[in-house]
Design a protein around this ligand. Sequence first.
Ligand code: NAP
Length: 275
Amino acid sequence: MNMDGKTVLITGSTDGVGRYVATRLAAAGAKVLIHGRDQARAETLVDEIKRAGHAAPTFYQADLSSLAGVRQLAQSVIAGHRRLDVFVSNAGIGSQNEGPERQTSKDGYELRFAVNYLSGFLLANRLLPLLKAAAPSRIVNVASLGQHPIDFDDVMITRGYSGSRAYAQSKLSQIMFTIDLAAELKGSGVTVNSLHPATYMNTTMVRAGGITPMSTVEQGGDAILHLAVGDDVAGKSGLFFNGMNEAKANPQAYDATARQRLRALSLELTGLAAG
Ligand SMILES: NC(=O)c1ccc[n+]([C@@H]2O[C@H](COP(=O)([O-])OP(=O)(O)OC[C@H]3O[C@@H](n4cnc5c(N)ncnc54)[C@H](OP(=O)(O)O)[C@@H]3O)[C@@H](O)[C@H]2O)c1
């Protein structure tokens, strides 16, 4: 893997699988933009990468549970860079982070829908000019095999809430967005794919769910790197992968009407509809 001269942004790279991906890309020579909320964890990662003899990553601190925070992050990246070769939309919360009760974002939206999906929708849209400037370039949406269809009568899950349903709805939303965005970007040289990195990696969100880890961050991280830089996926777009292999997502992902409803709602909720 040679990433000399390439710029990559990985959200949620202060911890877990994002941290591993950032470390690997920095070692391959990329200019790495790391992101998270936790300043101390970010500083530790920057030091680690520098000590290993690689270019220091730039840390962007932003809370993705606030759309203002997402817009600010996009703004800062745009202000500092003319091109973006890879955008890995990875930040997320699991089904149990911060407790089992329904929670809402700063903007009043169901929290997992907001952090895991809406923030990535808004960021990708805002960063498209930088990605197009670097074409051929790639977007990787880190989703999951945990997928629950969206009930368009209650997207914010005000009835029958469970953390796992909320998590799985947000992850299917990412996959539906991936399919739509790929169609929109056809011919632009920007590709976008989504994946389930690995099952129950040993990370904070898995431990927060009280689940015994079953895979390593290296396994999931290598699957993300495959979509981010792998030669065999060059030019491929709109696909969902389970680890290293192309796979089928929940049937709702292939329902064009459902995708159109999600897209219209997302444009509205993020304010992108207003231009
Ligand atoms: N772990 C698994 O087995 C598994 C399986 C399938 C899919 N995935 C997906 O893989 C991705 C990474 O998961 P992980 O297991 O590596 O998780 P993790 O170790 O818990 O790390 C999550 C990362 O997201 C950031 N983050 C969380 N909430 C945020 C917020 N409100 N604003 C900004 N950043 C926020 C965290 O940053 P700070 O800590 O600095 O706030 C951290 O860097 C997620 O999208 C997850 O759904 C994971």
